[in-house]
Design a protein around this ligand. Sequence first.
Ligand code: VG1
Ligand code: CO
Length: 543
Amino acid sequence: MSIRTVSTQPFPDQKPGTSGLRKKVPTFRQPHYLENFVQSIFDSIAAPQGSTLVLGGDGRYYNRLAIQIILKMAAANGFGQVLVGRGGILSTPAASCVIRKYKTFGGIILSASHNPGGPDGDFGIKFNSSNGGPATETVTEAIYVKSKAISSYRILDTEDVMLDKLGETTLGGMKVKVFDPVSDYAELMESLFDFPAIRTLLKSGFKIKFDAMHAVNGPYAKELLEKRLGAPVGSVMNGVPLEDFGGGHPDPNLTYAHDLVEIMYGAEAPDFGAASDGDGDRNMILGKRFFVTPSDSLALLAANATLIPAYKQGLAGVARSMPTSAAVDRVAKALNIPCYETPTGWKFFGNLMDAGKVTLCGEESFGTGSNHVREKDGLWAVLFWLNILAVRKQSVESIVREHWARFGRNFYSRYDYEGLPTEAANGVIQHLRDNFPTLTNKQFGNHTVQTCDDFSYTDPVDGSISKGQGLRILFSDDSRIIFRLSGTGTEGATLRVYLEAYEADVSRHHLDAQEALKELIRVALDISELQSRTGRDQPTVIT
Ligand code: VG1
Ligand code: CO
């Protein structure tokens, strides 16, 4: 067994995006590609000799192979111990939980989240720091800089590690501990919520359906919902993780979670439905024939937080990503707590949580979470909802309608235009930016533009500045149109258009979001020249 130093050449495209480095599997399988990035991580984080690392992923194609490579590289780079989830499995929130619980130096999470998997699908890798959260932009930028200058990496020449049996082995001088990926996380969940109350609810005939989408959350959901909370077996569907997610697109929204949507809108619909994504950090919440937008869900969790044991003392503050609707801002105002607006991506919430400034965070992209870990957390959101339902004993729909009646409704929708030629997508953004001066004070139908800008964020904790985080067109009636380029796609460019309009009048709360936002959508297409510049009449997905 010896450490080999392998000469390599830099790849120019290893810049981490919104959530780590995401590329097609064939890109990752090029000789040295993964190794270069892993060495760049190790060179940037400067872990002291003998440090402990957590390692696991969402089980997608290439997960196991990548884990073997990373283990051998960790051994050659001076780590003392790696904690790896059995079978190489760890949901993103469970990885965050374990990094924190065992006070490790950090972790490497292998996932491309909601993107499809398989030999031609997507793969991804990211580093999380000792707080359990995604590395800050300063760190990801340092990794990128290293990756552009790398000339060699270190790897141990040795046999593969058995990943399917719990226990300890050694790799050179490094200990490898294969642990149960579910138990620490399940224990944490049980410490936050009122499990007896949820158990009583589920015994009373209240029916639930959870769609794990053949992704990582299957075993977690079965353990928590069926085993510990007593939901009937079968309440978790698509619960066996598959390397290609059964050919599906593990993105919990009304388009891709169609199995669940059919059940929840069918004749014998359960009372509560939910789904999570590839790596288990996203969630979609449904009632009987009723969809809760992620932005509303965040606002509602904040408004009902004191019903939950873990949050009964109240919230220090809340945070949302900029494109997320301002529904939670209204709750924060009523609760008299601060509300922070951050750029897209969970890495921007970490400092706020570490500093004790916020308790709950969320994004419009089906992500909610709290300071119990430093990632968004799909099952946590599901349990939070079930706990609220157990206490309030009302339907999902009536809880949401009451919320709107009290705070007003923020109609919301996101239009995604995927796989655009990069030039066309950049052209739309440039065109809008060039037109900012002419847009201000201009009237479009009932909406008058108040300001437009390119969102920039100064982290209130470390003072770091993140520029160019999305174009905002803000209207005087609190409606907004946001344009932003995705940082997680792997093919061409994805342009996201976020639309929001506030409605205080209860008599209009029953409207369909697309109906309520019709005029704003027309304005968005008009001022962006999106259709003529991209040749697309319709978005790829509407959420
Ligand atoms: C998307 C979402 C963003 C989320 C990110 C990672 O990023 O919009 O809100 O944080 O995915 O989520 P982008 O840059 O494509 O808009 V996950 O579940 O992939 O870790
Ligand atoms: Co995810």
